[in-house]
Ligand binder design. Structure first.
Ligand code: SF4
Length: 329
């Protein structure tokens, strides 16, 4: 489905108006001239924690550790009182490790490069894009669930739509800092899980609104049934208890990529049975993305029976594959 640029402009204008009236400019991490370090602290704290809880932690933390160098000098015992209560202690440990790496290897400066940022502990694709856009004002969309939900519903009719992220990155003209912030605010207020369409300034051209949310409701059922009429290929992550990961090729880790005709649960099972005489349990898709220009589902599968000689890799190999090949699609 080709999306008209004029519709994209409408979307951007309405969001910009909304942001001017109702944006959360008062949040401390929205101040002008924010540093990459400050963006990073806010993004790590905001993972899995509500905005209202994070504000007080964030302010106190930055008072005690105003720069990445100060943080890098801290011990876990010194760090903990300023983090305790946010939970997810692996995140906290990663913060210390990351600060040390930035202080030692990058002279205390967060790299202005997505790949380099992603080599730092605890920084994934979303956080890297957030640093690039909010601190460096580079042209990166920070695709979190809010952004995907708003763009997915407005342009395609469903928060689970296959979004051509690359196309949108090229087509949006609004400054990224503002666009990301407005989409985040819009997605957490109006176009939330239960959208408030009747008061939404985008409703006149929104596909979700026009279809009364039909597609999204249907997809909920489809997720359970798992054939997906739009999918063109599927990436199967074959594993054993999420500890051993099996590769489709020798030497390096690569998941199994099946194309059209094999994108349903039944077809995936049949393919593995015929090709390798393996019986599988296949989970519903946990991700939908454009990979190699094709609408792609990502599914996990476990071997229930049969012999194989696939190379075995640790979870780290899957993480690296996801960071490398899947993130650049
Ligand atoms: S009309 Fe409803 S679904 Fe569409 S963007 Fe607005 S709130 Fe979201």
């Amino acid at each position: 489905m080709a999306i008209q640029k004029q519709k994209v402009r409408f979307f951007e204008e309405k969001l910009s108006d909304y942001f001017a009236k109702a944006g959360r400019d008062f949040l401390p991490w929205r101040k002008a001239g924010i540093t990459p370090y400050e963006v990073w602290v806010s993004e790590i704290m905001l993972q899995q924690t509500q905005v209202s809880r994070v504000v007080a932690y964030y302010t106190r933390f930055l008072k005690r550790f105003p720069t990445v160098q100060e943080l890098a000098k801290a011990t876990w015992e010194e760090f903990l009182p300023y983090y305790e209560g946010l939970g997810y202690y692996a995140r906290g440990r990663n913060m210390l490790l990351a600060s040390q790496k930035i202080a030692e290897e990058h002279e205390g400066v967060f790299p202005r490069d997505v790949r380099e940022l992603r080599s730092i502990p605890g920084i994934g694709p979303y956080t890297a894009s957030a640093i690039m856009s909010f601190a460096y004002n580079d042209k990166h969309m920070a695709w979190d669930t809010n952004l995907k939900r708003v763009v997915g519903r407005f342009f395609y009719g469903s928060k689970k739509a296959f979004i051509d992220e690359e196309w949108f990155e090229k087509t949006f003209i609004t400054k990224r800092r503002e666009l990301n912030a407005s989409l985040m605010d819009f997605g957490s207020s109006l176009c939330a899980s239960r959208p408030k369409c009747n008061t939404c300034p985008l409703s006149s051209r929104c596909v979700y609104f026009r279809e009364k949310g039909l597609q999204e409701r249907e997809e909920k059922k489809v997720k359970k049934l798992f054939p997906d009429s739009q999918a063109e290929q599927v990436i199967v992550i074959l594993h054993e208890k999420h500890q051993k990961y099996f590769s489709s090729v020798k030497k390096k880790y690569q998941p199994f990529i099946l194309s059209e005709g094999y994108v349903t649960r039944a077809a995936i099972k049949e393919w593995f049975l015929k090709k390798y005489t393996l019986r599988l349990a296949v989970r519903p898709p946990h991700e939908r993305l454009h990979f190699g220009g094709r609408k792609t589902l990502v599914v996990n599968a476990q071997i229930l029976g049969g012999e194989h000689d696939f190379l075995i890799f640790p979870k780290q190999a899957l993480k690296e594959y996801t960071k490398g090949s899947l993130s650049s699609c």
